[in-house]
Design a protein around this ligand. Structure first.
Ligand code: SF4
Ligand code: SF4
Length: 558
């Protein structure tokens, strides 16, 4: 982290010094196929297929139903939760289905999509338009615009841009704009920088306004002199001195986020951490241009540039493509397949994956369609046993031990694979590329990651079920306890009632007490005749005599 410490107080010239990442490969570029092909509109296909999940995170929530007519730019599905992205209509038409369809994914599994029958008129939704001066706007409002426009990283990962811009635990001091193409064959970013440099720079300025970095640079590969010149000219024309352009070596995978950060700053992004954790944010040039369109033109992300290339395509080109356009439409726009086409890949030759059908659509992260011939990319020979040659370790740009990862991944020992930092693997394919045993190493890593995610999902589900069960037991126990206490209180009341004084007896007793007190007040008490008049005494004596005579009579009668 010594380099990191040195970054405090960096000037724009600080990027003059570059660093090296471990490993990497110098590959044949194959960019000559499309590097001179200007960006052309791909046109509007009869059907658009828009997956709800085109990004990292939760799928968007559908807001439309079959039969609805929609306009270009209209919101079709909104983001759910924090890590998610909205989906908009790429052109006008009618929603004809919301159903699972084949989508571009290595698994080949279908996923929920919104299908639009286009009307060919490309009518746009009227919006409030762009901001006249984003500098006078609070960064929070700009972030909301970026979120509402459904912008995700266009470099390939598809992380929602708003989330990335706000994910730092500390202030951001370095903003890196990634203009280094990810892989051979791909030229979409190069053409964007060459043809739309001012848009890219305006987007970068907006990002600067949001994150307020100390320094900012746009990284271009040393194999892109024309793009570099275009950027420098645009910066000069805009009199922009807060953004520099840095030329980086064309070593695969320099375009990888962590590798580019290492090259430019010498800093290592922590294992399983984010660049923002060390005060750095990295955004793709295409993402910067999308931010510009969202903020300054009020347009959501409904199109992107895609390189359609390979010896299996008749006329390789760079196309501006509406999101949701089926690959078949792009292939026919480029003149169709050649006779000897063998395979169709999404992405480049190193990190791309084969698709079985060209009916799958372009999504926000699709940067390249590669149709290859057998000669161009022969099928790999059968895999053999690992001979522990260590070549994979030498080239791993993430500084991992690929053979150990392979060993644990293929044996299902996922804990050990994670101990060897499986999740730091960027799936660049360098290890598999040099493996003399032709082991499809990346496939093993992908499979292991998928299994671990599935297990993690299952574990979370089980934890949730256990928590619910425990909460239910606690609730039942509480109800039982409350019932017991209620019963006890009732019983106590009844018991006190049975053992207490008889109300009738109490009333008689009280009456006797009252009579006694009256007599006492009047001075009459049994045996006390001192206060009586002579007549009263005679009356009492006569009464006593009568009682005695009656008693005697009673005894004689007995
Ligand atoms: S390059 Fe292939 S054979 Fe050599 S150690 Fe790595 S996995 Fe094994
Ligand atoms: S695929 Fe993974 S393990 Fe192989 S070289 Fe790339 S980062 Fe390293």
């Amino acid at each position: 982290m010594a380099e990191r410490a040195n970054m405090q107080g960096r000037s724009q010239q600080a990027f003059d010094r570059l660093y090296r990442f471990h490993g990497g490969l110098v590959l044949a570029g194959h960019r000559e196929l499309t590097v001179t092909a200007p960006i052309a509109p791909a046109g509007i296909p009869p059907l658009l297929v828009l997956p709800l999940l085109q990004h990292i995170g939760e799928p968007a929530k559908v807001l439309v139903k079959p039969g609805d007519t929609v306009l270009a730019g209209e919101l079709l599905a909104r983001q759910v939760g924090t890590v998610s992205a909205a989906v908009h209509a790429s052109t006008s038409g009618t929603v004809v289905a919301v159903e699972p369809r084949p989508v571009p994914h290595p698994s080949g599994l279908p996923a929920e999509c919104i299908v639009i029958e286009t009307d060919g008129r490309d009518r746009w939704l009227e919006t409030a338009g762009g901001l006249a001066d984003y500098r006078a706007t609070e960064p929070q409002l700009l972030l909301e615009r970026i979120r509402d426009a459904g912008i995700v990283g266009l470099g390939g990962a598809g992380f929602p841009t708003r989330v990335k811009l706000t994910s730092g635990k500390q202030a951001i001091d370095t903003l890196i704009i990634n203009g280094a193409e990810c892989e051979p064959y791909i030229t979409c970013d190069q053409r964007l920088m060459l043809e739309r440099a001012a848009e890219v720079i305006e987007g970068v300025r907006i990002l600067q306004h949001i994150v307020q970095p100390r320094v900012c640079t746009i990284a271009v590969e040393d194999s892109m002199p024309a793009a570099e010149t275009a950027l420098r000219d645009a910066l000069e024309a805009l009199q922009e001195t807060g953004i520099s352009v840095t030329r980086v070596p064309t070593i695969y995978p320099t375009g990888g986020e962590r590798q580019l950060i290492k090259v430019l700053t010498g800093c290592e992004v922590p294992s399983q951490g984010l660049p923002a954790d060390i005060g750095i944010i990295c955004q793709n040039v295409g993402t910067a241009a999308a931010v510009y369109r969202a903020v300054c033109q009020g347009k959501p992300l409904v199109s992107r540039i895609v390189t359609v290339t390979g010896a299996g395509i008749l006329t390789p080109r760079n196309l501006e493509v509406r999101i949701g356009t089926p690959l078949s439409h792009l292939v026919s726009t480029c003149g169709g397949y050649t006779q000897d086409v063998e395979r169709l890949l999404i992405g480049g030759p190193m990190m791309g994956y084969t698709v079985n059908s060209d009916a799958v659509p372009v999504i926000k992260t699709t940067n390249c369609i590669l149709a290859v011939t057998r000669e161009e990319m022969p099928a790999p020979p059968p895999a053999m046993a690992c001979i522990r040659c260590g070549k994979c370790t030498e080239v791993c740009p993430a500084d991992l031990l690929p053979q150990q990862l392979y060993w644990y991944a293929q044996s299902g020992n996922y804990d050990a694979a994670q101990d060897y930092d499986l999740f730091d693997c960027i799936e660049c394919g360098c290890c598999a590329h040099v493996c003399p045993s032709h082991i499809p190493l990346v496939q093993h890593y992908r499979h292991a990651k998928t299994e671990i995610w599935a297990q993690e999902k299952q574990r979370k589900k089980s934890d949730l079920a256990r928590q619910r069960h425990e909460a239910r037991l606690a609730r039942l126990e509480r109800i039982k306890q409350e019932r017991t206490e209620k019963m006890a209180r009732k019983k106590q009341v009844l018991t006190q009632g049975a053992g207490g004084p008889d109300p009738k007896q109490a009333a008689i007793q009280a009456a006797l007490e009252r009579v006694k007190r009256k007599k006492e007040v009047a001075g009459i008490s049994p045996g006390n005749t001192d206060n009586l008049t002579p007549e009263q005494r005679q009356q009492i004596a006569a009464a006593d005599q009568r009682r005695v005579a009656q008693k005697n009579g009673d005894r004689q009668a007995d």
